[in-house]
Design a protein around this ligand. Sequence first.
Ligand code: NAD
Length: 293
Amino acid sequence: MKIGFVGLGIMGKPMARNLMKAGHELFVYDIAPDSVAALTADGAVGCASASEAAGKAEVTITMLPDGPDVQAAVLGTGGVLEGARSGSTVVDMSSISPLVAQKVGAACTARGVEFLDAPVSGGEPKAIDGTLAIMVGGKKEVFDAIVPLFQCMGSSATLTGPVGAGNVTKLANQIMVACNIAAMGEALVLATKAGLNPDVVFQAVKGGLAGSTVLNAKAPMVISRNFRPGFRIRLHQKDLRNALLAAESMKVSLPFTAMVQQMLISLMNDGKGDLDHSAIVQFVEDMAGVEVH
Ligand code: NAD
């Protein structure tokens, strides 16, 4: 297939590469020229705008930071919808507000373009391996047509409802991951302050009920003081903000989510917004005056 790909950051680059490995022809665009150059070196065709990439493609995938970026890249001047052909499909794989996904979806429909919201979970390692979990909102027949592309990037793709449902599912995912990391941070700080080796504590608990994918991925990063992103603090703050806004609109109370969001804002104010979200532990370390290592 001819595929437009807009947004070549930590996630977009490996996802685009996996589509190329499967034999698809990629037309790529990012506002950062270095990112476009990295993909053209691998065989993609570089484009000067999102509109140009979409104009050459049957399917255009976007992988951008947040809702305003998706609106700019899809609906704005030089955006995807200026170039996308009627009958083509736009798949937004960014994690954004479900309400924004519905707005972008409606604009696509008005132009005769199909739309899916299809955010992912798994982070950079699973983006590289092509084993992301993909959660999708949209029409069943559009989903079925795009599944072969999802299979190049992920190990599962689940249709959870109409447009917007993919991002509701992703918000649920992000709440569980954020609260899990915060709990892990408190646990490792307590163990370290008590004089225990945090790695031994990790080895001791990981096979029990506290064991999790989050723990296995993030505890070794904390213990080795490797906070290279991965998933940036500022992006997780954005997800929890979107979760709280969606929850407020439905009169749902999310006290743990609100608390972890405040921790993330504080870390951003400390200049740590571009560290991996495992650096949530640093908020707890500062309060306890101890460093986990
Ligand atoms: P990133 O900041 O590394 O990459 C975003 C890219 O989008 C950058 O290259 C940027 O230059 C580009 N961009 C921004 N605005 C643009 C525009 N208008 N037109 C074209 N390009 C534009 O972010 P990322 O980590 O790759 O995350 C992308 C999305 O995936 C986010 O919504 C994030 O929440 C989600 N996500 C990330 C991870 C992770 O572990 N990194 C995991 C799951 C989901």
